[in-house]
Design a protein around this ligand. Structure first.
Ligand SMILES: [Ca+2]
Length: 526
C-alpha cells in the first residue's frame, strides 16, 4: 500500500479495506443465520459509524484529480505537435502525445485582460462587460453580476486548494499589495483575491487536491538567450510580413521564447511528477492569444486568435486529435467537470469531454478597445470561412496605439510602407480605411489575404455569417454594442497615464495625443 503520494493516502485505502471487511463479515454471518431487524440495525449502525468517522476526514479521503492550467503569453502555435519545424518543443509535444490535441482552438479575445477575464469566468468577455482591455482599474470599476463566479472560487468552495504562480524558478515577489505573491491575473472586473489560497500548490495542506495555474511569459520573453538560439536567416516569415532584418530578428527571438516556454512546461511536469501528483493531474496547455505582431495580437486574423490547446490526464486517451471548433473558455467548464464540480448553467464555455458534447458549427471572437485605442471587431469562424465585421470602417486597421507603435516590428512596417517597399499582401494592414466586412476562405487562403466579402459568388456565405453574428450579439448580450461611457474611458486612461509616467515617462505625451485623437474621431462620428 503506498503511503502518501497522491491523494489516495493511507486512510482512504483503510476505509475501503474496513468496508470490505464489513461486507465480508456481513455475508459470512448471513450464511449462518437469518437477518433479523436487530442485526440489520447493528450492521447499519456500524456502517454509519464508519461513514461518520471518515466523513470527519474528508481531506485525507479526497482522491479527486488535480487540475493544472498552463497559460502562455502572446504565442501562436510554434510547437512541433502543431507543425512547427524550425525548433523542437519536446515537452509540449509529449503533453499532446499523452493527451488530446485540439487543432481548431481559438481565444474569444486577442488581448490579455479580455481573454483572461473570459478564461477565469468561463464567459465571453463581451457578456460580462470585461471586453475593454485593461478596464475597470480606476475610479470606475466593473462589477460582475452576482451569479458569475470565478473558476478558482468554484474550486475553492468544493474543497480544492487554489493557486496562481509563474513558471518554476521565477516566483512572484510577495509585497504589501500582493501578500500571496499571486502571478498575473489581469481581470477587468472587481474580484476578491481570497479566491486564491496561495502562490503555489505546494503550500496546500497535503493531500488536498488543487486547482493550480501557471502563467508563463511565453512570447513576451523574446530573447536570444536559449540553449540553441534560432539563426534569423533560417526564419520563414508569413507572406504578409516583409523580409526585413528587424522582422527576422524578432521572429527568431519569438521562436527562442517558444523553446524557453517548452522548458518551462517540462519543469512544471517534473514538479508534479516529483511530488507524486502527475498521475492524478489533468494538465491544460494554451496561450492567451496569438503572437504579438502587426496582424496578430489585437486582431481577429488567425495569427491573433488561433491558439494551441492540449489536455493531458489520467482518463484522456493518449494521442487523441480533435478538429472541432473550440474556444478557450471551454477550459473552465471542462476543468470543473473533470473535478466532479457541477458546471453552472449560466456558463458559456462547454465541457469538451462531456458525453453529450456536440461540436459547434462556428465560434465567435471579439476585439474591443485596447489601451487608448477605440475599436470593435467581431468574427464568425466556421470550419471553412472567417467572416470579420469592422464596426469602425472609417478608421485605419493600425489606429494609433502607443503599446504597438513602439515595437520595432511596427516601426519597420511603417518605414517600409512609406518607402513603397511592401507587397500588396503586406500593404493590406496599412490601409487607412477598412471594409465593413471581410470574408476569407481559410481552406484556400489560410493567410487571409483575399477578401471575398464583395464577391457575388460568396454573397450567401456572407449573409449566413452576418445573420449568425447578429443573433450572437443579441443572444449573448454583447456589451460592446453600446459605446463605452466617457467616464469609464477617462477613468481607465488616468490609470494608464499615471502608470506610464512612472515606467516610461517619454510615452505619456504620445498616449495623450492618441486619446485626444480618439475623442476627436468619436465627435466626428468616424
Ligand atoms: Ca497576453
Amino acid at each position: 500500500m503506498p503511503v502518501g503520494g497522491t491523494n489516495s493516502g493511507v486512510v482512504g485505502q483503510s476505509k475501503e479495506f474496513l468496508l470490505q471487511q464489513e461486507r465480508r463479515n456481513k455475508s459470512a454471518e448471513d450464511e449462518l443465520m437469518p437477518v433479523t431487524t436487530t442485526r440489520l440495525l447493528a450492521v447499519v449502525t456500524t456502517a454509519m459509524t464508519l461513514l461518520l468517522l471518515f466523513s470527519n476526514q474528508p481531506v485525507n479521503a479526497d482522491t479527486r484529480p488535480n487540475i493544472v492550467w498552463i497559460v502562455v503569453e502572446d504565442m501562436s502555435l510554434p510547437f512541433g505537435c502543431y507543425g512547427e519545424t524550425a525548433i523542437e518543443t519536446p515537452s509540449v509535444d509529449a503533453l499532446a502525445e499523452r493527451g488530446v490535441k485540439f487543432t481548431q482552438a481559438f481565444v474569444t479575445a486577442p488581448v490579455c485582460s479580455a481573454c483572461r477575464s473570459a478564461m477565469i469566468t468561463g464567459m465571453y468577455q463581451t457578456s460580462i462587460g470585461a471586453h475593454l482591455h485593461r478596464s475597470g482599474r480606476g475610479r470606475m470599476i466593473i462589477p460582475l453580476e452576482e451569479h458569475v463566479k470565478l473558476i478558482p472560487q468554484l474550486f475553492r468552495e468544493a474543497g480544492y486548494f487554489t493557486s496562481n504562480s509563474n513558471a518554476p524558478g521565477s516566483q512572484v515577489r510577495r509585497s504589501k499589495g500582493n501578500p500571496k505573491g499571486l502571478a498575473k491575473t489581469d481581470y477587468n472586473f472587481k474580484w476578491d483575491e481570497d479566491v486564491y489560497d496561495g502562490n503555489h500548490w505546494r503550500e496546500r495542506k497535503s493531500p488536498q487536491p488543487f486547482f493550480a495555474q501557471y502563467q508563463l511569459k511565453g512570447g513576451k520573453g523574446r530573447t536570444t538567450k536559449t540553449p540553441n538560439p534560432v539563426n534569423p536567416s533560417d526564419v520563414t516569415l508569413p507572406p504578409y510580413y516583409p523580409d526585413d532584418p528587424v522582422m527576422r530578428d524578432d521572429w527568431a527571438q519569438y521562436l527562442n521564447s517558444a523553446m524557453n516556454t517548452d522548458l518551462d512546461v517540462g519543469h512544471i511536469v517534473d514538479e508534479l511528477r516529483e511530488a507524486g501528483e502527475l498521475d492524478n493531474t489533468y494538465i491544460f496547455f494554451m496561450t492567451d492569444h496569438g503572437i504579438s505582431h502587426v496582424r496578430g495580437k489585437q486582431f481577429l486574423y488567425e495569427e491573433g486568435i488561433r491558439i494551441p490547446f492540449v489536455i493531458a490526464g489520467p482518463k484522456i486517451q493518449a494521442g487523441t486529435i480533435r478538429d472541432d471548433l473550440i474556444v478557450h473558455i471551454d477550459m473552465a467548464a471542462t476543468s470543473l467537470a473533470l473535478a466532479g464540480i457541477p458546471v453552472p448553467d449560466y456558463m458559456e464555455g462547454q465541457d469538451l469531454l462531456a458525453e453529450n458534447y456536440s461540436p459547434r458549427e462556428f465560434i465567435v471572437a471579439a476585439r474591443d478597445r485596447c489601451d487608448e485605442t477605440v475599436d470593435r471587431l467581431r468574427c464568425v469562424h466556421t470550419d471553412r470561412f472567417k467572416y470579420i465585421r469592422n464596426f469602425y470602417p472609417d478608421r485605419p486597421y493600425l489606429q494609433p496605439n502607443t503599446y504597438k507603435d513602439n515595437k520595432p516590428i511596427l516601426k519597420a512596417m511603417r518605414r517600409l510602407h512609406a518607402e513603397g517597399k511592401l507587397t500588396p499582401a503586406q500593404s493590406l494592414i496599412m490601409a487607412t480605411t477598412r471594409p465593413a466586412e471581410e470574408l476569407y476562405d481559410l481552406k484556400n487562403d489560410p493567410h487571409e489575404l483575399h477578401n471575398l466579402a464583395e464577391n457575388p459568388e460568396y454573397a450567401g456565405v456572407v449573409e449566413e455569417q452576418r445573420e449568425r453574428l447578429k443573433l450572437w450579439i443579441r443572444n449573448s448580450g454583447d456589451r460592446g454594442r453600446f459605446d463605452e461611457s466617457d467616464l469609464l474611458y477617462d477613468s481607465d486612461m488616468k490609470v494608464y497615464l499615471d502608470a506610464i509616467r512612472i515606467r516610461k515617462p517619454d510615452r505619456a505625451a504620445e498616449i495623450e495625443a492618441n486619446i485626444a485623437l480618439m475623442k476627436k474621431w468619436k465627435e466626428e462620428g468616424r
